[in-house]
Design a protein around this ligand. Structure first.
Ligand SMILES: Nc1ncnc2c1ncn2[C@@H]1O[C@H](COP(=O)(O)OP(=O)(O)OP(=O)(O)O)[C@@H](O)[C@H]1O
Ligand SMILES: N[C@@H](CCO)C(=O)O
Length: 298
């Protein structure tokens, strides 16, 4: 039996749509073994919601690898889920990464990390959650349709943290992508491109002094705000409440902020209170950057 631990991830970080991502300290566990017949058990998040049959995303991802090597093996999979589903914390990437990495271990590690990154990104469609889930840290990645190119940077784990307000409702990434425009203006492209590039330079130099300017976005957040009551208010007022920056977590509906650890509770209460004012139940999580990605214990 293999046991794989995969971190949650926050993609985009404001301007870096489909490009930037960070791994955070919240984990799913995937246990997998060969078996006489397919058996899938789901515990915690997604119990009684996620399918326990062939359409389960962890199974589908593992099956891609099994088929690639021509094996005819059935699997017993046990999912101990802590990452909320369809909330912008990379649950689908964690499922895909967990399935691919676990089965790769069972098969004796035929795949390299680069091959795993390419397989998992092909399933997910974009690399910004997959790469940090696999490698940890802050990652910059691009997918050219065939291959993923990426770089990872470690983040300081002690001082800064992520406060994530998680509303009770689900928002599927596929639905949050449907509201995005086909075309954007050159001005908006430059707005995001300059911030994304400078964000990466600041992380490389460990300079977090103007995160508020870096984390703004004109490519996806303005269009998605209509799907998330309270989002605009949280983003507009987050800085007054101690956040150094505030943005949509992945495709939403969660909102994430970066702050000093001492300010995290106050910021989380503000974010949840604002969702509540808009009639949305929510909770907040205080998460650390996680510089280690997926890990395996046999
Ligand atoms: N542990 C899991 N096991 C099996 N399938 C899962 C698991 N977690 C997520 N999924 C699948 O992924 C879907 C959610 O993926 P989606 O991309 O919509 O959101 P997300 O990955 O949580 O958010 P984001 O990509 O914005 O960070 C679920 O509806 C389910 O089909
Ligand atoms: N970059 C993706 C992240 C969610 O999977 C999006 O914003 O749609």
């Amino acid at each position: 039996m293999v046991r794989v631990k995969v971190p949650a991830t926050i993609a985009n970080l404001g301007p870096g749509f489909d490009t930037l991502g960070v791994a955070v300290s919240l984990f799913n566990i995937i246990e997998m073994n060969f078996s006489d017949e397919l058996k899938i058990e789901v515990l915690n998040e997604g119990k009684n919601i996620l399918p326990e049959n062939e359409v389960n995303l962890v199974y589908q991802s593992a099956k891609k690898v099994i088929d690639r090597f021509g094996f005819e093996r059935k699997l017993h999979i046990r999912l101990i889920n802590n990452i909320p589903l369809a909330r912008g914390l990379g649950s689908s990437a964690a499922a895909i990464v967990g399935g691919v990495v676990a089965v790769n271990e069972l098969l004796g590690k035929p795949l390299s990390m680069d091959e795993i990154i390419n397989i998992a990104t092909n399933i997910e469609g974009h690399p910004d959650n997959v790469v940090p889930a696999l490698l940890g840290g802050f990652t910059v990645s691009l997918f050219d349709g065939e291959k993923v190119f990426y770089k990872k940077f470690s983040l300081p784990e002690k001082e800064l943290c992520f406060v994530v307000a998680v509303p009770q409702f689900h928002l599927k990434t596929s639905d949050a992508r449907k509201v995005l425009p086909e075309k954007i203006s050159l001005k908006d492209a430059v707005y995001n491109m300059s911030r994304t590039a400078l964000f990466v330079a600041c992380v490389a130099q460990k300079d977090f002094s103007f995160l508020d300017v870096l984390c703004r976005d004109k490519l996806h957040q303005p269009y998605r705000s209509s799907l998330i009551p309270g989002m605009e208010e949280i983003i507009n007022r987050g800085m007054e409440k101690g956040l150094l920056s505030v943005f949509l977590s992945g495709a939403g509906p969660s909102i994430a902020g970066i702050c000093d650890k001492k300010d995290a509770e106050k910021a989380g209460k503000f974010m949840v209170g604002t969702f509540n004012n808009f009639g949305i139940k929510a909770k907040y999580l205080i998460l650390n950057p996680c510089n280690e990605g997926v890990s395996v214990c046999t």
